[in-house]
Design a protein around this ligand. Structure first.
Ligand SMILES: Nc1ncnc2c1ncn2[C@@H]1O[C@H](COP(=O)(O)OP(=O)(O)O)[C@@H](O)[C@H]1O
Ligand SMILES: O=P(O)(O)OC[C@H]1O[C@](O)(COP(=O)(O)O)[C@@H](O)[C@@H]1O
Ligand SMILES: [Mg+2]
Length: 438
C-alpha cells in the first residue's frame, strides 16, 4: 500500500517527536482554495459554475512537518532533479531541500545532472549533495545541477531510480516536468508498487501553473524586466519619433509582460498571447502607434513572446517545429514588430526610430530576489516534509498565502493563462491607455 496522495498510516517507528511542541501540522488540516464568494457572474473577475454563482468549498492539504513520519531517515536515498528552462530560485530550492533532508537525518542525498537526461546519459553521474556543497549556491542564478529538455522514457528513469536505490525524488520543473513526475509516480507506485515518494516543486518563470498565488522566480523576472523596459523608455524618449520594443518570456501565458508593464508605468502597448490584436487596419497596433508618435512623440511596447503566434493569430507563420520536450518553437515577434513598424512609417513617407530590446535570458539567468528567496525556502522545506509524511504524486504551492500540497494532475491539467476579463488585465489596460486592437 504505497500508492498514496495522503499520508499513510504505516509510520516509521522511533521518530515521533516532542508532544509538547505545537509545531506540527495535523494530517486533517486543510486550506480553502477559493476565498471569494461571488454574488453574480457579472461581479468583476467572477469565476462561477452556474448562474447563481453557487459556492463550492474546495479544501486542500496543508503543507508542513508531521509528527509521525513515513520513512526512516537512515533508509532514505533522496535525489533532486531540475528540468526545463532556468528560473531564478532553483538553487535556493535545491539548497533548502538538502538542508531540510539533513535535519531529518538523511545521509544519502544526490543531484541528478541536467534534468531527466541525467537518468539515462552514461556520461553523467549523480552529484553527492550536502549542506556544505549547497551552502552558498543561492548566491548565484541558474541550477547547480544543470537543466535540459527532452530525455529518457519514464520506465528508463524508474529503472535507473531502482538501480540507484532512490526512494525519494524531488522534481523541480514546470508543466512538462510535472507531467513527467506524475508519470514516474504512477510507474513507481501503481505499476511497480515501490515505496518511493515523488514530490514536485513548481518552477515556471511564466507563472503558468494552476491554483497557486504565484510560482518562485516570477517576481524576480518581473523586477529584472524593469531594467529593460526603462532602457527602452529612455531610448524611445530620447529619439526623434522613438519606439521602444521589449520582448519578454511567455510562450503561452502573458503574466510576465502584463505584470512588468503594470509595474513600470512606462508601457503604452502591452501585447500578450491571450488577447487578440491586429497590427494593420483602423484599429490596429500600428495606427495607435502613429497616434502616440503624433501626440506623445515616442512610445514603448511590451510584447510577450507568444503574442500573435499562439491562440488567435499566427503573424509569423510558424512551422510545426518543436523542441526536445515537444514545446512549439516560436518565431521572434519582437523582430516582426520592428520590421512592420519601420515599413508602416516608411510607406507613409514618415519615420520611426525603432529600438528593440530582447532581455529574454537576462530575466531568468539571475539569482532570486528576497521575496522569491523566502518562497523558495518555504517550498523546499515543505517538499521534504511532504515526502517524509508519505505523500507522493504531489507538488507544493502557495494558495491564498498558505502553503499546501496539491495533486499534480490538478495543477497541470492545462496551462494557467491571463484572463482578459480579469481585473489585473484591466488594470494593465488602464495603465497603458491602449485601446482594443480588433
Ligand atoms: N507529457 C510529458 N510526460 C513526461 N515527461 C514530459 C512531458 N512533457 C515534458 N516532459 C519532460 O519534462 C522535462 C521538462 O519539460 P519542458 O516542457 O521542457 O519544461 P517545463 O517542465 O518547464 O515545462 C523534459 O525533460 C521533458 O522531456
Ligand atoms: O530557450 P529555452 O531554454 O527553450 O527557454 C524559452 C522558454 O522558457 C520559458 O520562459 C519557460 O519555459 P519552461 O517553463 O518550459 O521552462 C518559455 O516561455 C520560453 O519559451
Ligand atoms: Mg513547459
Amino acid at each position: 500500500m504505497f500508492c498514496f496522495r495522503s499520508p499513510t498510516e504505516e509510520f516509521a517507528d522511533g521518530y515521533p517527536s516532542d508532544e509538547t511542541w505545537h509545531g506540527y501540522i495535523n494530517n486533517n488540516d486543510r486550506v480553502l482554495l477559493k476565498t471569494i464568494r461571488y454574488t453574480s457572474p457579472t461581479s468583476a473577475g467572477a469565476e462561477c459554475i452556474d448562474p447563481d454563482c453557487t459556492w463550492v468549498e474546495q479544501w486542500v492539504h496543508r503543507a508542513g512537518p508531521r509528527e509521525k513520519i513515513y520513512f526512516k531517515p537512515e533508509e532514505v536515498k533522496a535525489a533532486i532533479v531540475t528540468c526545463g528552462g532556468l528560473c531564478p530560485g532553483l538553487n535556493d530550492v535545491i539548497r533548502q531541500i538538502v538542508i531540510t533532508l539533513e535535519i531529518y537525518g538523511v545521509k544519502k542525498i544526490v543531484g541528478i545532472p541536467f534534468g531527466y537526461r541525467g537518468f539515462s546519459d552514461e556520461d553523467l553521474s549523480e552529484m553527492p549533495l550536502s549542506r556544505q556543497v549547497v551552502q552558498n549556491v543561492h548566491l548565484s542564478g541558474g541550477s547547480l545541477l544543470g537543466v535540459s529538455r527532452g530525455g529518457p522514457s519514464v520506465s528508463n528513469i524508474v529503472d535507473r531510480m531502482e538501480e540507484g536505490g532512490i526512494n525519494m525524488l524531488f522534481v523541480l520543473g514546470g508543466n512538462g516536468t510535472h507531467a513527467g513526475a506524475n508519470a514516474i509516480h504512477n510507474e513507481v507506485c501503481r505499476k511497480r508498487r515501490l515505496k518511493v515518494a515523488v514530490v514536485g516543486v513548481p518552477k515556471t518563470i511564466d507563472n503558468d501553473i494552476l491554483l497557486m498565488d504565484k510560482t518562485f522566480g516570477f517576481d524576480t523576472a518581473v523586477e529584472e524586466a524593469q531594467r529593460a523596459i526603462n532602457s527602452a523608455y529612455i531610448e524611445a524618449h530620447s529619439a526623434y519619433r522613438g519606439v521602444g520594443i521589449v520582448k519578454l518570456m511567455g510562450r503561452s501565458s502573458g503574466f510576465i509582460a502584463m505584470h512588468a508593464s503594470l509595474a513600470s508605468g512606462q508601457i503604452d502597448i502591452c501585447l500578450i498571447p491571450e488577447v487578440p490584436f491586429n497590427l494593420h487596419g483602423p484599429h490596429g497596433v500600428l495606427r495607435h502607434l502613429k497616434y502616440l508618435l503624433e501626440t506623445k512623440g515616442s512610445a514603448v511596447i511590451c510584447v510577450a513572446e507568444g503574442a500573435g503566434q499562439v491562440r488567435y493569430a499566427d503573424f509569423l507563420h510558424k512551422t510545426n517545429a518543436t523542441d526536445a520536450s515537444g514545446n512549439i518553437v516560436l518565431g521572434d515577434i519582437g523582430v516582426h514588430l520592428q520590421q512592420q513598424i519601420k515599413k508602416y512609417f516608411k510607406d507613409m513617407g514618415s519615420t520611426a526610430d525603432v529600438k528593440y530590446i530582447d532581455p529574454t535570458y537576462m530575466i531568468r539567468a539571475c539569482r532570486a530576489n528576497a521575496s522569491d528567496g523566502i518562497l523558495c525556502t518555504v517550498l523546499g522545506q515543505n517538499a521534504v516534509h511532504g515526502a517524509f509524511a508519505g505523500y507522493s504524486g504531489i507538488t507544493v504551492g502557495i494558495c491564498n498565502t498558505h502553503y499546501v500540497y496539491l495533486p499534480i494532475p490538478e495543477v497541470i491539467s492545462y496551462p494557467r493563462v491571463v484572463d482578459p476579463n480579469s481585473r489585473m488585465w484591466h488594470r494593465c489596460l488602464t495603465s497603458t491607455g491602449q485601446p482594443d486592437f480588433i
